[in-house]
Design a protein around this ligand. Structure first.
Ligand SMILES: Nc1ncnc2c1ncn2[C@@H]1O[C@H](COP(=O)(O)OP(=O)(O)OP(=O)(O)O)[C@@H](O)[C@H]1O
Length: 396
């Protein structure tokens, strides 16, 4: 297993390779793809390692066929949540159910879940084909059926040509494909992915991301996908769950979380570059709520307030880089700003700009025609703004 969940004793017999190899209690399922699909429900999960709280009352529902991508900074409890769903740790509280069946007290092999870890060990002396079929053989799946499932998984993951090779004769990406095929042939009720692609290079990650999406869509099993890469989470997840310090802060479609982050933390974590967060003050201008930033007054006529706006209160203004740029129809002038530095991304240019005391990042054209030190007129699309309370960090 990649990480040690052993400060407290891991469950008896736990550990991913063994989990996948064992599984003697899982029966063969000849009705592959036709049995009822199941949901995964994690309710009020609590887990502490000594004085460290890893899960602080986490609840998450994953619908049949849905893939939820779990993101959050290092140490926030992502792997602990996945381990809890897999049955690799003993929880201090809460309930894990799959398809309505309470599995909280069950061993990993009794849950019919497939776990794919980063760098998951394949058996070095076995061919790729045997690595994929080994677990099925141990569970007594008839040879012909095991072969049929192998062929189907190999086709889906495009590994037909390398089935005879041993792991040492495979590239990292091929090994990971074999590991996913091995998880797939279990025909699980739930897939649990823990950073399965993080050891691979960017192009390969993008390829395998597509494979995972395709394979998952084909199975209709629910999936929890842990990653620290928010771009991967946005690309893969039907929904995103953003975690911090043992809690889930927000769950929503990638678009919802990106456009309407519920806290300043989520705003800063999801999206690259990070959302610009600038201190301001709320005022009323001719009865319309507005922001006061230095000499500027920015009207917010269409803002969807979560609570009634209270003039005079300090706020934090959140603006995405792509909502800041040259003045255009419908945007509101922020005045002239000094270019501090430029970073071409290829498709466009990220410009770091000095705005009074604050530094903000704007997305300018591919060839912006300005250099560091220049003054540029900048405007923002305020209909896209987010506002947060500086004290609670919650969206206003
Ligand atoms: N076996 C263990 N013993 C003690 N503390 C642990 C153990 N495993 C995890 N922790 C602690 O629990 C917290 C959550 O860890 P977890 O691995 O779940 O986080 P994570 O979000 O997956 O982190 P990363 O992205 O770095 O993998 C961290 O503070 C971590 O140090």
């Amino acid at each position: 297993m990649q990480r040690q969940h052993g400060g407290r004793a891991p469950r008896r017999g736990a550990g991913a390779p063994r989990l996948l190899a064992r599984g003697t209690l899982v029966r063969a399922r000849p009705d592959l793809g036709r049995r009822p699909v199941k949901d995964l429900s994690l309710a009020d999960l609590r887990l502490a390692y000594g004085s460290v709280t890893a899960l602080d009352g986490v609840s998450l529902e994953i619908a049949p066929g849905e893939l939820v991508a779990l993101v959050g900074p290092s140490g926030c409890g992502k792997s602990s949540l996945l381990a809890a769903a897999a049955g690799l740790v003993d929880l201090d509280g809460g309930r894990v159910s799959i398809g309505g069946r309470d599995v909280t007290g069950l061993e990993p092999g009794e849950r019919n879940v497939s776990v794919v870890f980063q760098g998951l060990a394949l058996y070095p002396t076995m061919s790729a084909a045997r690595n994929v079929t080994f677990g099925m053989r141990m569970r007594g799946v008839p040879r012909a059926e095991a072969q049929a499932r192998l062929i189907e998984a190999a086709r889906l993951l495009r590994i037909e040509d390398i089935l005879d090779r041993r792991p040492a004769q495979l590239s990292g990406g091929q090994r990971q494909r074999v590991a996913i095929a091995r998880a797939l042939v279990r025909d699980p009720d739930a897939f649990l992915f823990d950073e399965p692609l993080s050891s691979l290079d960017a192009a390969l990650r993008a390829d395998l991301r597509d494979e995972i999406r395709r394979v998952h869509a084909r199975t209709q099993a629910c999936a929890l996908y842990v990653t620290h890469d928010q771009a991967e989470a946005m690309a893969l997840g039907d929904r995103l769950a953003v975690m911090r310090a043992g809690r889930i802060l927000q769950v929503g479609t990638p678009r919802e979380v990106y456009n309407r982050p519920q806290t300043a933390f989520v705003a800063g974590f999801v999206g690259a570059p990070r959302m610009n967060l600038v201190p301001a003050r709320l005022v009323a201008e001719a009865g319309v709520p507005a922001l006061e930033l230095g000499d500027h007054r920015l009207p917010l006529p269409g803002y969807a307030w979560s609570e009634p706006p209270e003039p005079g209160r300090p706020v934090v203004l959140g603006l995405r880089a792509e909502d800041i740029g040259r003045p255009r129809l419908g945007s509101h002038s922020l005045g002239a700003m000094r270019v501090v530095s430029l970073e071409p991304t290829g498709a466009d240019t990220l410009a770091r700009l000095a705005w009074g005391e604050a530094a903000i990042v704007a997305r300018l054209e591919r060839d912006p025609g300005v250099g560091a030190g220049d003054l540029v007129e900048i405007a923002a699309d305020l209909s896209r703004a987010s506002l947060f309370c500086p004290r609670t960090e919650r969206r206003l």
